[in-house]
Design a protein around this ligand. Structure first.
Ligand code: 1PR
Length: 535
């Protein structure tokens, strides 16, 4: 019957639930959106992918009468799956901008991870579960990783132990999933956890299906180091959107025609990297600084198509800033970001605009709340906001020669210099700014960035390895995760950056596009070196 293939989705409009929609559709179900409390009570199965801040979500649920309907639905043991905040809201209260009262169905409070013990917050990435009871939906997980992204978590206790079906360790042992009868909730994102995640959703959606268990695969123990494939995207001179790749940010061929280097089609490549085992895929709209992204419809189209069948996190960057178009219509950076999220991005990345924001913040010492970085992280959460840094190495003889933080370099400069600072640039590396990567990283962390994508113009496309001095400097300076980027040429470069720095992820472009090293080879090498990865 028709109701058998319908999932009721509770989307109260606070953010991006496109990924959940895509995964449900991929599994053959239609979606009915909750419009009023009755839709909850009449659902045959309900998915609640909570997004945004706890307090805001509770406000909406209380005002619309949905809080009461949810409690009634769950107390009747109707099929329910809460995701992320959709798990947290079931507890009594949360510390997030609070304490704020929750639905109160499960004893316990939700608190923030403690970053003082060396664990970076947000907890972003693929982590292992310790399954404590028969969860019904986690049967295929075994020792494989699932994707988390959050700063708050609920803790297991004697009072809630009959609910807890799995835990995860990240500094603390926190609740990764709960189950009671037909009621399930998970702190991680099954819709972004690749095949493992899809199998969790499948078991929830088809509870009576006889699906053979296939546990036992994998060796997941803890948070994995991520391997990210990056697609620099721009229109070529014919107007087609292509994946390109620069040498130190110069993306044109060394021929008379100086064409934009073309390494393939964005949607196809992204899908391929997903199949090959990329932990995340990033798109950088590298001419976004001059071409307005909302005018650049192909980019939004690329995201829409990609997100339909790529079930790992997608990040998109380029052109996130306030903009006035030729007709005088003003767009805020928040609108630009929202359009990216609506089209399928899980995270957005800000380059140039974050440099201006950091400069201003360092000059005035005031957080205005008005920068793109602050606005977007306030609405979507800081875990959804990446700052992309494009620094260039500047050698100096003495650290006191400049006002910026310097490092003692591993390889001397051209005139025997022993030190360098890393100058931030804007507009795709075209303009150097009076701020160092170290100063920028610390400032954007305070302004609400949840992660740093750390490029290096000197190393980009050179295949000689990551700039270890730079990655060490930045990953030691902040307590948010840092993605090392630029320069990967062989699998050993990945193990080197993880062994010598505190990077949480390593990103590469050229070696993957030119098919020199498959992602799987990189992962196998890391595994052999004793580094935790998702296989
Ligand atoms: O300033 O907010 O509009 O964002 C622009 C974004 O586009 C920034 O994230 C910036 O890094 C990126 N970008 C701008 N110009 C270029 C260029 O190459 N001409 N690409 C560019 C950045 C660096 C990485 C690259 C790694 C790995 N490219 O994306 O993928 O260096 O490459 P490799 O493994 O081949 O060495 P805004």
């Amino acid at each position: 019957s028709t109701t058998d293939s319908v999932v009721t989705l509770l989307d109260y409009g606070a953010g991006n639930v496109r990924s959940v929609r895509n995964a449900i559709k991929h599994l053959g179900f239609d979606i009915k959106d909750v419009q009023n409390p009755e839709d909850i009570l009449n659902a045959s199965r309900l998915i609640f992918p909570g997004v945004g801040a706890f307090g805001n979500a509770m406000d909406v649920l209380n005002k619309t009468g949905m809080a009461e309907a949810l409690c009634a639905y769950i107390e009747k043991d109707r099929p329910f799956l809460g995701i992320c905040l959709g798990l947290q809201l079931l507890f009594e209260s949360s510390e997030e901008n609070g304490p704020v009262k929750g639905l109160g169905l499960i004893p316990g409070t939700v608190g923030r991870f403690d970053s003082s013990n060396g664990f970076r917050v947000p907890h972003i990435g693929w982590n292992a579960l310790q399954i404590t009871t028969d969860s019904g939906i986690l049967d295929d997980v075994g020792k494989r990783h699932v994707y988390f992204v959050h700063s708050y978590r609920a803790m297991p206790s004697d009072n809630n132990k009959e609910w807890v079906s799995s835990t995860c360790n990240y500094g603390d042992t926190f609740i990764a999933s709960i189950r009671r009868g037909n009621v399930h909730a998970v702190q991680f994102h099954p819709e972004k956890s690749g095949d493992v995640g899809l199998s969790i959703l499948r078991r929830f959606l088809y509870p009576k299906a006889q699906i053979t268990k296939k546990p036992g695969e994998g060796k997941a123990l803890k948070l994995a180091q991520r391997v990210i494939a990056c697609l620099d995207v721009r229109a070529n001179d014919k107007g087609d959107l292509v994946v390109t790749k620069g040498d130190q940010y110069d993306v044109r061929e060394n021929t008379d025609e100086k064409e934009v280097r073309n390494l393939g089609k964005p949607v196809e490549l992204a899908r391929q990297y997903y199949i090959d085992g990329a932990d995340e895929v990033s798109f950088l709209n590298i001419t976004g600084f001059r071409d307005f992204p909302l005018g650049d419809l192909p980019m939004l189209q690329v995201l829409k198509y990609t997100s339909e069948n790529v079930f790992v996190p997608l990040t998109v960057g380029g052109g996130i800033r306030d903009f006035t178009d030729a007709n005088g219509r003003h767009y805020t950076s928040l609108e630009v970001a929202s359009e990216y999220f609506r089209s399928g991005a899980d995270k957005i990345s800000i380059g140039s605009d974050a440099v201006y924001a950091a400069e201003e913040y360092l000059r005035t010492g005031v957080k205005t709340g008005k920068t793109s970085l602050e606005q977007i992280s306030r609405v979507y959460g800081n875990q959804a906001v990446v700052v992309s840094i494009d620094p260039r190495r500047v050698y100096v003889k003495n650290p006191t020669d400049v006002q910026f933080k310097t490092v003692r370099v591993s390889n001397l400069g051209p005139n025997g210099e022993e030190y360098a600072w890393y100058q931030c640039t804007v507009n795709g590396g075209r303009e150097g700014r009076p701020i160092g990567a170290y100063e920028l990283a610390k400032a954007v962390e305070e302004l609400g960035a949840g992660e740093i994508l750390l490029n290096c113009i000197d190393c980009d496309g050179q295949g000689k390895g990551f700039d270890i001095d730079l990655v060490k400097l930045i990953s030691d300076a902040v307590s948010i995760p840092v993605i090392a980027s630029s320069g990967a040429g062989v699998p050993e470069h990945f193990s080197e950056v993880f062994a010598k720095t505190n990077a949480s992820a390593a990103l590469a472009a050229g070696i993957f596009h030119r098919k020199e090293v498959p992602i799987q080879t990189v992962k196998e090498h890391l595994l052999k070196e004793g580094i935790e990865v998702r296989i």
